[in-house]
Design a protein around this ligand. Structure first.
Ligand SMILES: C[S@@+](CC[C@H](N)C(=O)[O-])C[C@H]1O[C@@H](n2cnc3c(N)ncnc32)[C@H](O)[C@@H]1O
Length: 254
């Protein structure tokens, strides 16, 4: 049984002090009117650049640190209609469960199974998949495994980005031509490194790997994030979303 020694960013502990007064108004849901989406031929008309559905669906394990809901994955699979999916950072198996429900073939591994997605030798040389779902650690915002190969254990931002870049290149090579790589990533504030724009770095590294972005960013509202329930003494602008970026394999992939 895997044990998570520390799932909370250790560099962020000072923000967790609970002596700020809780504002009751903040506890109530806030409703915002979304812009109307143009009608089009999409098989998933509710899938737009704003992903605001608060139900996670019965996929994976909500208690797994960093678990993401399955409905966005399901909508993407319905949109792109892949036949062979890969999830190289499986966590609790959310994507695998969605694929099982939809009858789509899915390979899924995690560092907890001993599979290092940042090692090019772990990937077959065949271009096998037409869709890869990747939900990597947001650097050390949450720590996952004791294994030093766990991306969340990268000791510096530079080292994280070096290994993350290799991971993206591995995925690009594992895609069939025109195959899609969907990466869910979020920016975060690190006590030592400051604000870390990981979505920017994701695009930079994906483009450097020869991938092209094939549709809009999908801003996923972070309903149910554990940080939403915390009270912080310091002042900051809360980030309430992460971003799903979808890239396509081109002939330029390296
Ligand atoms: C954000 S979580 C994924 C959560 C998953 N989407 C879910 O819904 O349960 C990131 C996962 O990446 C895994 N991971 C970190 N470094 C890895 C590596 N080098 N190779 C494979 N998996 C890795 C972690 O163990 C963790 O389960």
């Amino acid at each position: 049984m895997v044990e998570f020694a520390n799932t909370v960013n250790p560099f962020y502990a000072s923000r967790k002090k609970r002596d700020a007064t809780r504002n009751e108004a903040c506890d109530r849901p806030v409703y915002a009117r979304l812009p109307q989406a143009p009608r089009n031929g999409s098989p998933v008309p509710h899938l737009t650049s704003l992903y605001h559905f608060h139900r996670a669906g019965n996929y994976g394990d909500r208690k797994w640190p960093g678990n993401c809901g399955g409905n966005l994955i399901k909508d993407l699979l319905n949109y792109f209609q892949p036949t062979m999916v890969f999830d190289p950072m499986t966590g609790s198996g959310t994507a695998r469960d969605v694929c099982e429900e939809m009858g789509v073939a899915c390979f899924s591994f995690d560092i907890h199974d001993g599979f290092d997605a940042c090692d090019p030798h772990e990937f077959s040389s065949e271009s096998t998949f037409d869709f890869i779902w990747a939900h990597p650690p947001y650097w050390r915002q949450k720590l996952y495994a004791d294994d030093p190969r766990d991306l969340s254990r990268a000791p510096s931002l530079e080292e994280f980005l070096r290994r993350y870049g290799q991971f993206i290149r591995n995925c690009a090579r594992a895609l069939k031509p025109q195959g899609k790589l969907a990466i869910l990533m979020g920016d975060y504030s690190d006590r030592e490194a400051g604000y870390v724009p990981l979505t920017f770095h994701t695009k930079r590294l994906a483009f450097a790997a020869g991938l092209e972005q094939c549709c809009t960013d999908i801003i996923r509202f972070s309903h149910g994030a554990s940080s939403s329930k915390k009270v912080y003494r310091s002042s900051f602008i809360p980030g309430l979303h992460d971003t799903c970026m979808i890239f396509e394999r081109t002939n330029h992939c390296i």
